[in-house]
Design a protein around this ligand. Structure first.
Ligand code: HEC
Length: 198
């Protein structure tokens, strides 16, 4: 047989062998999630993590961080350090996950609502101004009425960042000039003057 002939036979055999592969591998015996199996002594296809296994997710062994609750009540203080970066992260995540319904300012007038979705209460209503940071974490974690839970989509740390940002949003909408530190106020006043001269 010449070279071309040998290559042809090789390709043919290869093709036949490969064709045999796919189906058998796909259809071999296996255990799906949460399926029973006689293979393990306890009859369950699920294997529990080894005793003493610790989750690598941040705060995994801190129930307050994960539930937003302490002694059965919602926490009133952030369980993580409040930093400017945390607020920036919260703003970014809020704009991505919440603003389409709750609106960029939290007034409950996001685009989805303007298109007919049920309107949530404004975060600037007195009841929600009084609500603790834990209240917001809890609503995201467990859902609230028609709003589904965000626990599967937003990691706990980001849920805290968003909760902190909502509190900052509330402050921003209810701030007076007296809340601005004196030196910054002076700079703002100067800026204003320049603006009017120009
Ligand atoms: C698809 C629209 C939608 C999105 C997105 C959404 N929400 Fe909501 N949210 C609602 C609606 C509607 C309600 C009111 C539900 C009800 O009363 O049945 C609500 C209720 C709430 C409440 C409770 C308000 C109250 O009246 O006590 C909080 C807090 C809240 N949302 C926070 C958030 C945060 C934070 C995000 C982003 C992570 C978010 N929501 C994303 C629609 C949405």
């Amino acid at each position: 047989m010449n070279r071309a002939g040998r290559l042809f036979v090789l390709a043919l055999v290869g093709a036949l062998l490969l064709a045999g592969c796919g189906r058998n591998m796909a259809e071999q015996p296996r255990v799906g999630p949460l399926q029973a199996t006689p293979f393990f002594a306890d009859g369950s296809g699920n294997r529990a993590p080894l005793e003493g296994t610790v989750s690598r997710e941040r705060g995994a062994i801190d129930p307050v961080f994960f539930t937003g609750q302490r002694d059965g009540g919602l926490v009133t203080e952030l369980p993580i350090e409040l930093t400017y970066d945390l607020l920036l992260r919260g703003q970014e995540r809020y704009d991505i996950f919440c603003s389409m319904c709750h609106g960029y300012t939290g007034a409950g007038d996001g685009m989805v609502v303007r298109r007919g979705f049920p309107q949530p209460a404004s975060f600037h209503d007195q009841r929600l101004l009084d609500a603790s940071v834990g209240y917001y974490f809890n609503a995201m974690t467990n859902g609230f009425g028609r709003m589904y839970s965000y626990a599967g989509r937003i990691p706990a740390e980001d849920r805290w960042a968003i909760a902190a940002y909502v509190k900052a949003l509330q402050l921003s909408q209810n701030a007076t000039i007296d809340d601005v530190p004196a030196d910054v106020r002076r700079a703002l006043e100067l800026e204003g003057t320049e603006g009017s001269i120009r």
